[in-house]
Write a protein that binds this ligand. Structure first.
Ligand SMILES: Cc1cc2nc3c(=O)[nH]c(=O)nc-3n(C[C@H](O)[C@H](O)[C@H](O)COP(=O)(O)OP(=O)(O)OC[C@H]3O[C@@H](n4cnc5c(N)ncnc54)[C@H](O)[C@@H]3O)c2cc1C
Length: 500
């Protein structure tokens, strides 16, 4: 049993955690990151099999732009003097939607608008007005440093420097994207397209998707763009760890925190499954809020504000993932990296409704053996479909689900089944086990329509000395979003610890 003392201990090493850790280490704090898995990165991690390097989750990466302030992954790496080679993706998504709606979201804004307007010529003006309003939100965000909204001096300074942007953003904070879309657009099928534009990253339709997040995604894809890190998404976490260590921070992997220790109600340390204890002035949890307050803190009564949060937000489903290695000749020359497939609008948010596809080897061929590609296909699934099955039932259910998904994918990749070289199937159980996420959830989603982002908690919690970072905090899921959460968390802690 050891009793090392640090300024800050961070539970987990997802991108939110690693941004917090690196930011604090460069400010001079002594930082320890404890990760339960064997490598860092969480949902932005990777695994290798038979010459393939698979991303476990994220592969459509925002935040690697070179200008403005919203390029938070570039900025996080810059802070520790590391730059990562990235490969620009010319098309964010190729949609294959009901009624043969086949649209590519081009990196060039005008080309994208033309692509969608070709299907809805009567809505030309509405389309332009909706996406232009998203740009308004983005331009406000992109004019200011994105730090902690819980820090009054930063708020005042930012307000004095950028009063128009601050007032503009305040106006959009309680608004959802669907409210704005319906202001300009009447065609029901086009509104369903906007729903899908939101659903594919927020996992809720436009009416429940905060306008701030929509403004970021719908504009940054044409500004900083979507860029894939050379060597795979896992390189982001590995590079941040390299930067953390260079800045004097420390990470221990295979270090499962089982308990946050309290003294007189204040978080003062953590206990590991091994029995080791580490103490710190501040504890940050990168575990989901359900895991942090349900498992790591053992208290008789759920804190009132956590209770309220759980009444507003619920766990989104997890995913069924097919990690495939395929012969490269099944892909035609103009195949894009990211696809979304849906045959019936009513099924968009249902289990196995929407299928998400990534083919990262189109951007970085070195992730697969020569002559082969990686296809990662995933679709929403709930844990309860997979829990408490015998091993043979579990395997049989996985095979049956994979067959269904591959059959549907044959429509866009004819010959897929016959070209399979490798297949690994992940279920919500896999996500729970390897990502340490309650029920394998992708993250919190509103239970009902909420006023935009106003209900999302920031980094401080009701427990003194305990902070949260990652996708259970403002502004939610996605690598650039959790990087924002990381910058904000480190900023607030830096002020609390009076770091220079
Ligand atoms: C299938 C899938 C596809 C996705 N696609 C995209 C995409 O294309 N683009 C995009 O931007 N985002 C995407 N995302 C979302 C994105 O990956 C996540 O929002 C983001 O990575 C979450 O980061 P986080 O900081 O919250 O931490 P997480 O990634 O959840 O990491 C938390 C870490 O904490 C560790 N941990 C948890 N509990 C403990 C404990 N008790 N002790 C020690 N360690 C612990 C976990 O092992 C994990 O490493 C995708 C996610 C999934 C699952």
């Amino acid at each position: 049993m050891s009793y090392d003392v640090f300024d800050v201990i961070i539970i987990g090493s997802g991108i939110g955690a690693l941004v917090t850790a690196t930011q604090l280490a460069v400010k001079g704090a002594s930082v320890l990151v404890l990760e339960r898995y064997i490598i860092p990165g969480g949902s932005a991690g990777y695994f290798e099999r038979e010459g393939y390097k698979f991303d476990v989750g994220a592969s459509m990466i925002f935040g690697f732009g070179q200008k403005g302030t919203t390029n938070l992954l570039t900025r996080a790496l810059d802070a520790v003097n590391i730059s990562l080679e990235t490969i620009p993706d010319q098309v964010q998504i190729h949609y294959h939607l009901p009624n043969n709606l086949d649209v590519k979201v081009d990196r060039n804004y005008q080309t994208f608008l033309e692509n969608i307007t070709a299907y809805f010529p009567d809505e030309r003006l509405g389309i332009r007005r909706f996406y232009d309003e998203c740009w308004k939100v983005f331009n406000y965000l992109n004019s200011m440093d994105l730090l902690s909204l819980e820090e009054p001096r930063y708020l005042l300074r930012t307000f004095l420097q950028h009063p128009k942007s601050c007032l503009g953003l305040a106006k959009y904070l309680p608004v959802n994207a669907g409210d704005i879309a319906r202001k300009y657009i009447k065609d029901p099928e086009l509104l369903r397209f906007i729903d899908m534009e939101c659903y594919c990253w927020s996992v809720v339709p436009a009416d429940m998707t905060p306008m701030i997040n929509a403004g970021m995604v719908f504009s940054d894809r044409h500004y900083g763009g979507v860029n894939y890190p050379k060597g795979g998404v896992g390189q982001i976490a590995l590079s941040l760890v390299e930067g953390l260590e260079k800045a004097g921070g420390k990470i221990i992997t295979s270090a499962h925190v089982t308990k946050i220790l309290l003294e007189k109600g204040r978080a003062i340390g953590v206990k590991l499954a091994s029995g080791d204890v580490f103490r710190a002035s501040i504890i940050v949890s990168n575990a989901t809020r359900w895991d942090t307050f349900g498992k790591l803190l053992t208290q008789e009564k759920m804190l009132t504000n956590e209770n309220q949060w759980q009444q507003r937000y619920q766990k989104s489903p997890s995913f069924l993932s097919l990690h495939m290695g395929v012969k490269s000749d099944i892909l035609t020359n103009n195949t894009e990296c990211h696809h979304i497939l849906l045959e019936k609008w009513e099924k968009m948010a249902e289990l196995e409704g929407t299928i998400f596809v990534s083919i990262p080897t189109l951007l970085d061929p070195d992730l697969a053996p020569h002559g082969y590609h990686i296809i990662h296909a995933f679709t929403p699934h709930w844990l309860n479909e997979w829990d408490k099955l015998s091993q043979s039932d579990y395997e049989a259910r996985k095979e049956a689900a994979a067959d269904r998904i591959i059959t549907r994918l044959e429509k866009i990749f004819p010959g897929l089944d016959a070209s399979l070289d490798y297949l690994e199937i992940g279920t919500p159980r896999t996500h729970r086990r390897f990502l340490g996420r309650s029920d394998g959830t992708y993250g919190p989603i509103p239970r009902r329509k909420l006023p935009g982002l106003l209900g999302m908690p920031f980094n401080r919690t009701a427990v003194p000395g305990l902070y949260c970072v990652g996708d259970s905090t403002f502004p939610g899921q996605g690598l650039n979003a959790v990087a924002f959460s990381g910058f904000a968390c480190a900023h607030r802690i830096g002020v609390d610890l009076r770091l220079g």
